[in-house]
Design a protein around this ligand. Structure first.
Ligand code: FEO
Length: 171
């Protein structure tokens, strides 16, 4: 793996771990708001992002590259309301999608087919990530003024269970 790719993948490890940190902060926010279902959803999201970072970490090592872990930026700790949190989730996932697309562009430019192959997992994952954020944001907008409906949505989100998709067959 060439140096450019190695550096870019190291940056993506940091971006995925920052995502984990951001969602953990959102989980703490919801826990403090007495919304355990939303807190659970965000905690699962935090776990997922950690596995994303680790997937790239393991790949860099497997290719004989050097992993360099750098400072993870402090995430925000306060939001106006539930809707604002999910607006930020969607915006953040759109940003991550653009980072993944840039990495694919680089892999193609460098004719690094192995990295391109590994990154295609993330291309598919980002479609799901953005769709999840859009769905929940849509639901929040629908129930907006109704505390009762928001309570029901919180109950629904409490059902989310962590599954390590990076360990699935073919991942
Ligand atoms: Fe690892 Fe949410 O992208």
């Amino acid at each position: 793996m060439n140096e450019k790719m190695e550096k870019a993948l190291n940056e993506q490890i940091n971006a995925e771990l920052y995502s984990a940190y951001l969602y953990l902060s959102m989980s703490a926010y919801f826990a403090a708001q007495d919304m355990p279902g939303f807190a659970n959803w965000m905690y699962v999201q935090y776990q997922e992002e950690t596995t994303h970072g680790i997937k790239i970490y393991k790949y860099v090592l497997e290719r004989g590259g050097k992993v360099i872990l750098t400072t993870i930026q402090q995430p925000p700790t306060e939001w106006k309301d539930t809707q604002q949190v999910f607006e930020e989730v969607l915006k953040h996932e759109q940003l991550v999608t653009s980072l993944i697309n840039n990495l694919v562009d680089l892999a193609l430019a460098e004719k690094d087919h192995a990295s391109n192959n590994m990154l295609q997992w993330f291309v598919a994952e980002q479609v799901e990530e953005e769709a999840n954020a859009m769905t929940i944001l849509g639901q929040i907008k629908m129930v907006q003024a109704s505390k009762e409906s928001l309570y029901m949505l919180d109950k629904e989100l409490s059902q989310r269970v962590f599954v390590d998709a990076t360990q699935a067959p073919g991942a």
